[in-house]
Design a protein. Sequence first.
Length: 259
Amino acid sequence: MSSLPPISVCLLVKNEADRLERSIAPFIGKVPEIIAYDNGSTDGSQELLKKMGVTVFEGPWMGFSRSRKALWSLARQSWILWLDADEIFPEETVRALDAVGLMREVGGYSVCRQVVFEGRRVRHGDWFPDWVLRVFPKDGYAMDDRQVHESVSVTGQVSPLPGIVEHHSFRDWEDLERRSRRYAELWAHQALSEGARPPAAWPRAVWKFFRGYCLKSGWLDGSLGFRIAFHNAGEVYSKYKLLQEIARNKGGKPPVGPV
């Protein structure tokens, strides 16, 4: 690159030492700033980040949305690149960052993620393609205060960046199940607070499996595609059963801990 784009790469961190180097390495020397918000790592993540030249801020966990916005407010550049520690941006996508901010009509940039699980790229089903808005102006975005599935919105056109971002979402099936249980709990509390009425769980789960495995061709990923579709259906069932249970118990205090 002949010049550095006005971007701050920002990521939340807690005990991600085994992933940080491959996630951050593509941006070193390519953007003017990389910052991280750590809420209590004990595995040497902070030391590794500082060794790589990342500016580290420490603070309490406030939920995904509030923690991200707190971090983004500390950025010194005019554009934010939202990075998760389990993502690896390809060189093609990083090179395209040179164009960020050059076109006034563009309010943000999206990337396409592809889950890598059990050493394989998941190419079909509900997990791919996964387009997410990840580059946006520091002072020109909106994000609702949500416990889970938080996202950014911008004014103006959203332009896709080239390349496929590797998304190493889960270390193994045990990790997938643990995270799914946590997401289901967070989602159920959030849905109830937003006025959702608990529907029947089984029809939702059956539809989830049919859509992912049949309509979105999850079967093309073989036995892994079947297991993912079956898991996703089970997660949907758990979400709505939890929503029904919490509604019967008239709510309860929603959890705020990290997934």
